[in-house]
Design a protein around this ligand. Structure first.
Ligand code: NAP
Ligand code: ZN
Ligand code: ZN
Length: 351
């Protein structure tokens, strides 16, 4: 298969900084779309994966799954997109397309789903590489259309931070009578607040950081509860229909379960791993409360969200960085010093 050699940023070990190297992209096949990448968001998952926090990373890694760009070439079987269109690729680039999950537009739960980076690239018999790169070639079914009225950098985080919070909001039928809480004000958290607010819900932010109260309210939260303050936690017991917990590291979920209403659900989207401390079942049993997990969203649901953002003029609050600043951005992300998503201007890699 013909390939094109392009510039990318990534790492070949968990300990090393990210640096520039070259990767191969396949030439477009019949159903492919080639995209010149304009912007790529920086997700905390990029950091987890680059540093092998989940113990599954194969190197080299080129992270990035919040990709926005323009179509530069299409295969003969592509009618959905044309050269010049503003498009996006999120966390998924392929799936089996025949299993129950695929047929239900839940490709993210397909046992054979292919992640945008760190997945198996069947075309080149290698690992997929993400959006910290000049361009990408994707299957037309996994390429999304981006409304032209939105800020191109600001829309990039919708592809992961947005859809990861939108999917639970939709699955648990959040609307104007819902009381939603969001734990952690970072990339996912700030999108969760904006989207829940746009759906008409009453929104509460749980944060460890008193310096984020003002921002939380400005983003659309009706109240901010400092999670380390016991009196504040006590004041919201038994209230929430849905809590979306975006915290990336092990933490105690038990105090949040007490704040769920009867039939409420705490959905974990942040932390991946064993619970420490364990869950106490008493408040769950006494109020038919649930603890659930959720992974990104399917392709149709992601398109639904992009269209919703276009209609309601919703984008992420971004800090635009150059590709060369990525290592400092990761360090700032570890200190929760992101307002509220880094987005890489890919011109910086091309120059
Ligand atoms: P982020 O921008 O770094 O935000 C995380 C927020 O969590 C922080 O801003 C902070 O908010 C809070 N936090 C609490 N304890 C923390 C700690 N010990 N260290 C750092 N932050 C802490 O991260 P993100 O990009 O939103 O991603 C959040 C998590 O979701 C990551 O683990 C990521 O891998 C995961 N993720 C999951 C999915 C999925 O499909 N389920 C998709 C994308 C990302 P406060 O200061 O307000 O407390
Ligand atoms: Zn992500
Ligand atoms: Zn499938």
């Amino acid at each position: 298969m013909n390939t094109k050699n392009i510039k990318a940023y990534g790492t070949d070990s968990a300990e090393a900084d990210l640096k520039q190297f070259h990767i191969d992209r396949r030439s477009v096949t019949v159903n492919d779309v080639e995209i010149d990448i304009l912007f790529c968001g920086v997700c905390h998952s990029d950091l987890h994966f680059a540093r092998n926090d989940w113990g599954m990373t194969e190197y080299p890694v080129v992270p990035g799954h919040e990709i926005v760009g323009r179509v530069t070439n299409i295969g003969s079987g592509v009618t959905k997109h044309k050269v010049g269109d503003l498009v996006a690729i999120g966390c998924l680039v392929d799936s089996c397309r025949t299993c129950k999950s695929c047929k239900a537009d839940l490709e993210q739960y397909c046992p054979e789903w292919v992640a945008t980076y760190g997945g198996y690239d069947k075309h080149l018999d290698t690992t997929t590489h993400g959006g910290y790169s000049e361009s990408i070639v994707g299957d037309k079914e996994f390429v999304l259309s981006v409304p032209e009225n939105l800020d191109q950098a600001g829309i990039a985080p919708v592809l992961c931070a947005g859809i990861t919070t939108w999917s639970p909001l939709r699955h648990w039928n959040v609307g104007k009578d819902s009381k939603v809480a969001v734990v952690g004000l970072g990339g996912l958290g700030h999108m969760a607040i904006k989207l829940a607010d746009a759906l008409g819900a009453h929104v509460t932010l749980f944060s460890r950081s008193p310096n984020k109260i003002k921002d939380g309210l400005a983003l659309g939260a009706d109240q901010v509860i400092i999670s380390t303050d016991e009196a504040q936690m006590e004041s919201v017991m038994g209230q929430f229909d849905l809590i979306i917990d975006t915290v990336p590291y092990a933490h105690d979920f038990n105090p949040y379960i007490g704040t769920l209403a009867v039939n409420g659900t705490l959905v974990v989207v942040g932390y991946l791993g064993p619970l420490d401390p364990m869950l106490v079942t008493v408040p769950m049993i006494m109020g038919r409360k649930a603890v659930a997990g959720s992974l990104i969203g399917g392709i149709a649901e992601t398109q639904e969200l992009l269209d919703f953002c276009g209609k309601h003029n919703i984008t992420s609050d971004v800090e635009i960085i150059n590709m060369q600043d990525i290592n400092q951005a990761y360090e700032r992300m570890l200190k929760s010093d992101v307002h509220y998503r880094f987005v890489i201007d890919m011109k910086s890699l091309k120059s």
